[in-house]
Design a protein around this ligand. Structure first.
Ligand SMILES: NC(=O)c1ccc[n+]([C@@H]2O[C@H](COP(=O)([O-])OP(=O)(O)OC[C@H]3O[C@@H](n4cnc5c(N)ncnc54)[C@H](OP(=O)(O)O)[C@@H]3O)[C@@H](O)[C@H]2O)c1
Length: 347
């Protein structure tokens, strides 16, 4: 199996390359700068890996770069306004596609714009194969299967420690600052709409004595969950403190002065808890919980595993995580990689 990594010189891509190298999966590094690609390959001991140059505005070069590869993992954020070129080229090259995007409107656009093309070409496209969207989407699917008809879903994300976001994540937040200010889309009554106030303002996470103040946040699972769970309302919340920080964008020139991303020590010290709070039609509340460490390291494992699974067997089309992989099997795979998940409320 041959996997190409687009935006291979970035911070998240470095962790993806390390994961591919650990698995001894051959990789092709693709990007716009030969020197930076070589340094990225050397950094993870991928010295023999092939490098191909293709910028986002050169469709033919992108198609050529992906031709012969089983899947591409696109790490070139911000994806808003640029990821579409990589998706279009992957479909034309007959190469399955995975990305690490956390940008809500971008992911909706991929579903809206590429579903028919991907299906016709027999290509599977899985946006948002990251630590946040993928496990939460899979958990929502299992929760709905086990708990019966669901009326509402609220997802809540809490991240503690970890050295802060990477420069790339801050650039993505800047590119989607309007969505952070508005809270983004809510799925309501069969369609997505902005401007709908959150139904919950706080969440008591497992192990907490006090509720955490939350705010509406433009998370991607709002786009993916309604594609396989029949709920009439889906909203996503993040910690209010983080929302205020991301809603006050840092100037691009300031971002360039920051570290590329958290150190390994910070990543390992980080803890995340994501809850899926569902309300059944009979108003009974049910909860699913995912907990882990190291959001960027977990994203690398998820993106590589998802790309390999897409290349082995998946339906063609643009897919939500639960449509692309077997939910329980994938979560069990992650459970072997230091992520825990449960339906119910573990303390
Ligand atoms: N849970 C989540 O939502 C989640 C988790 C993990 C990651 N992510 C997302 O993953 C993305 C990557 O983050 P990162 O920290 O790795 O970013 P980064 O270090 O800035 O890396 C970005 C990569 O994209 C390439 N790139 C950017 N713009 C390009 C363009 N116009 N043309 C060609 N290549 C371009 C860069 O190439 P050069 O080296 O040539 O500049 C670099 O290789 C971000 O969008 C982040 O939000 C999301």
């Amino acid at each position: 199996m041959l996997i190409s990594v687009y935006g291979a010189s970035g911070y998240q891509a470095g962790l993806v390359l390390a994961e591919l190298s650990r698995r001894e999966t051959p990789a092709v590094l693709v990007g716009r700068d030969a020197g930076r690609l070589r340094r990225a390959a050397d950094a993870v001991g991928f010295t023999g890996a092939e490098q191909r140059i293709a910028s986002l505005d050169d469709h033919a070069a992108l198609v050529e770069a992906f031709t012969g590869c089983d899947a591409v993992i696109n790490c070139a954020g911000p994806f808003t306004g640029s990821g579409q070129a990589v998706v279009a080229a992957a479909i034309e090259a007959g190469c399955h596609y995975v990305d690490t995007a956390g940008e809500q409107l971008y992911v909706k656009e991929i579903f809206d714009r590429f579903a028919a093309d991907a299906e016709r070409a027999g290509v599977s496209v899985l946006p948002a194969a990251n630590d946040g969207c993928l496990p939460v989407d899979l958990l929502a699917h299992l929760l709905a299967e086990q708990a019966g008809p669901i009326a509402e879903i609220t997802t809540g994300h809490l991240i503690v420690d970890g050295g802060g976001p990477s420069r790339g994540s801050l650039r993505s937040a800047l590119a989607t600052a309007d969505a952070f200010v508005s809270g983004g889309l809510t799925y309501s009554g069969g369609d997505w709409a902005s401007g709908i106030p959150a139904r919950s303002r706080s969440i008591t996470f497992p192990g907490q004595a006090e509720p955490t103040e939350m705010t509406k946040m433009p998370l991607v699972e709002v786009i993916t969950i309604p594609r396989h769970v029949c709920a009439s309302h889906v909203e996503s919340l993040g910690e209010a403190r983080l929302g205020a920080r991301l809603g006050t964008p840092i100037a691009p020139e300031v971002i360039e002065t920051l570290a590329e991303g958290p150190t390994e020590k910070d990543r390992v010290a980080q803890r995340f808890t994501y809850v899926v709070d569902a309300v059944r039609h009979d108003r009974e509340a049910v909860r699913g919980v995912v907990r882990g460490t190291d959001t960027y390291g977990t994203t690398a494992v998820i993106a590589v595993e998802a790309a390999q699974r897409l290349a082995s067997s998946a339906e063609p089309g643009v897919l939500a995580p639960a449509q692309a992989v077997d939910p329980a099997d994938f979560l069990e795979f992650l459970a072997g990689r230091e992520l825990s998940w449960a339906i119910g409320d573990p303390q």
